[in-house]
Design a protein around this ligand. Structure first.
Ligand SMILES: [Zn+2]
Ligand SMILES: [Zn+2]
Length: 266
């Protein structure tokens, strides 16, 4: 595409407007998704979902304002990384592909799973490292300032943490063949996962909660325990590492069961 080629040639107006456009897309996507998600559960369907709320304290508007401010800085970091990824792609230094016949369809599905598992593993150990006292105060403290989380907490990080979290995908595309559609899907998945896990409401239905898969997937109650109890539940999407390393909240299973067997949400 001619437009992308101009970015690859470092054409200044193209670089400027594309960066601005990407920043606006990332930030507006965050604001709309967080805003709709929050109001959906906390205002419009408050009565139906009140048994599933993970905190009883009221969310302060001062906290939301701070989270939006930090998220705008995160969006800037994500924009820089995104533009870097586009430039490297145009220079031919990545394994990104655009035609579906370049690899079999099953490979696209496998590549999504592979990226999610790599991201999850990287994040688990990064997260453990960020909780070391000497690292915590410089990198991770800002995210934990949200003791009672909401959908707006999903992008609220120290700039260094935003960089460390987001660097995985740009590094992976340097050698792992990924279709452009797969990359977009993963970006959308990341946003939804972060919003749901910080949303402050357990949305898993009782039926889903009892399925064998649910045990391995992180949800709002799982990550809420991390913000409240601090030294448990470090995972991003999956519970594998927490279970294997013995860092899952000891009473999580019972709490999760209790929460999801309360009066059905929908
Ligand atoms: Zn943490
Ligand atoms: Zn969090």
């Amino acid at each position: 595409m001619e437009y992308l080629k101009q970015i690859g040639q470092l054409n200044a107006p193209y670089l400027f407007w594309s960066s601005l456009g990407l920043f606006v897309i990332i930030l507006v996507r965050y604001l709309i998704l967080s805003g709709v998600y929050h109001h959906f559960f906390h205002n419009w369907l408050r009565d139906k979902y009140q048994n599933r709320f993970l905190s009883i304290s009221k969310l302060k508007s001062k906290q939301i304002k701070k989270e939006i401010y930090r998220s705008a800085i995160s969006a800037t970091i994500f924009t820089i990384l995104g533009m870097g990824m586009i430039i490297l792609w145009q220079w031919g230094h990545t394994a990104i592909y655009t035609t579906f016949d370049a690899y079999p369809i099953w490979y696209s599905v496998l590549s999504v799973l592979l990226v999610l598992i790599i991201q999850d593993t990287f994040y688990y150990w990064l997260h453990r490292w960020m909780h070391l006292p000497q690292v915590y105060r410089w990198v991770h403290k800002e995210h934990h300032m949200s003791f009672r989380t909401s959908a707006f907490t999903s992008f609220s990080f120290h700039p260094l943490e935003s960089l460390l979290q987001a660097i995985v995908l740009p590094l992976l595309v340097l050698w792992l063949p990924l279709h452009i559609g797969v990359i977009l899907f993963i970006l959308i998945f990341m946003t939804f996962s972060a919003t749901i896990n910080h949303g402050g409401v357990e949305i898993y239905s009782s039926k889903w909660a009892r399925s064998p898969l649910a045990k391995w997937l992180i949800g709002a109650a799982h990550h809420d325990d991390h913000h409240k109890k601090f030294n448990y539940n470090y995972g991003l999407y999956f519970t594998f590492w927490d279970i294997w390393m013995g860092t899952e909240t000891p009473d999580f299973k019972e709490r999760f069961e209790k929460l999801t067997t309360k009066e059905e949400a929908v």
